[in-house]
Design a protein around this ligand. Structure first.
Ligand code: SIN
Length: 297
């Protein structure tokens, strides 16, 4: 069985687990309980093939390949390569992915349950991932704000509402016209119960939320910005520092997260697999339009 060490202010490290070996059901159940209780689960110093990494991630849910298909791992499209390394002048992975607070796949009707990163090359300086606890942020809201946001549905699409300049390192990674055409405009509750534990959290109030159903745009942006400023305060944040071989798994229904900008010359490479919630667990998603075209600016 694993030994667990708490991180601060949340998150947990599990020791004594070798993910290159198949996990017994009891071992996996123990990890899964720790994951839902702590939002971030780290298993340090692993040595994995793509197939072994996938075998672990598939225990958490069905993987969903990222829309940016040019950086899928050559062995399996369920793995997205995140990297700033260039070979012969060509990028080997997606650089600066998610360098703003967001929730993975919150722009899909059935969003992400968990994301797992496997750290392959660690930069000399930085390269950390920040997490912000959205259950704690929700709990701390004044009662009047909880009542105000309870009925609200946020309108989501791929992108970062805080930075829509595609040339910027803190915008969402740009999509081709073909990739944009695959992206829906959908809604999720602003105060969203966790699909497994039922505990309420602020859901993706930073990143992909661009409006609120039935609310004038200015008012909706002001409210989302107020919630995002509250939800990303340092007191809700965990900074995760990688070593080579570290696997980290996070709960997208309970957290916002952000990559931190790294010197483009300081190599950083991770493999990423994102698994979806079960369709029956996704809480009140509503598809507003079939395609990205015509979305709010
Ligand atoms: C992501 O948002 O999936 C990337 C996080 C990171 O590279 O630190």
């Amino acid at each position: 069985m694993a030994a667990f060490t708490a991180m601060s202010p949340f998150g947990v490290e599990a020791e004594g687990i070798d993910l290159s070996q198949p996990l017994a059901d009891a071992q996996f159940a123990e990890l899964e309980r720790a994951f839902y209780a702590n939002h971030v689960l780290a298993l340090r110093g692993q040595d994995l093939t793509a197939r072994q990494f996938l075998a672990f991630a598939r225990r958490l849910g069905p993987p969903q390949p990222h829309v940016i298909d040019q950086f899928h791992h050559p062995e399996d499209p369920d793995i997205l390569v995140l990297s700033n390394v260039k070979e012969n002048g060509r990028p080997t992975g997606l650089q600066d992915a998610g360098s703003y607070f967001h929730t993975d796949y919150s722009y899909l009707a059935v969003p992400a349950r968990a994301t797992t990163l496997y750290s392959r090359v660690v930069p000399k300086v930085g390269g950390d991932t920040l997490f912000a606890d959205q259950q704690a942020a929700y709990d701390d809201l004044p009662a009047a704000m909880k009542r105000r946001i309870e009925p609200l549905l946020a309108i989501h699409h791929y992108g970062n509402r805080h930075d829509v300049d595609e040339a910027s390192r803190t915008a969402a990674s740009p999509l081709s016209a073909e990739q944009k055409a695959k992206m829906p405009l959908i809604t999720h509750r602003v105060a969203r119960p966790h699909p497994v534990t039922g505990r309420k959290a602020l859901y993706a109030v930073s990143g992909s939320s661009f409006g609120i159903v039935g609310m004038p745009d200015d008012e909706a942006r002001d409210l989302l910005n107020e919630l995002a400023a509250h939800a990303t305060q340092p007191k809700y944040q965990l900074r995760f520092r990688y070593g080579v071989g570290d696997v980290v798994v996070w709960d997208n229904a309970a957290l916002l997260h952000s990559a931190t900008l790294t010197d483009p010359q300081d190599a950083r490479t991770l493999w990423r697999i994102t698994v979806l919630e079960a369709a029956r667990e996704a809480v009140a998603p509503q598809v507003l339009a079939p395609a990205f075209a015509g979305r709010p600016a």
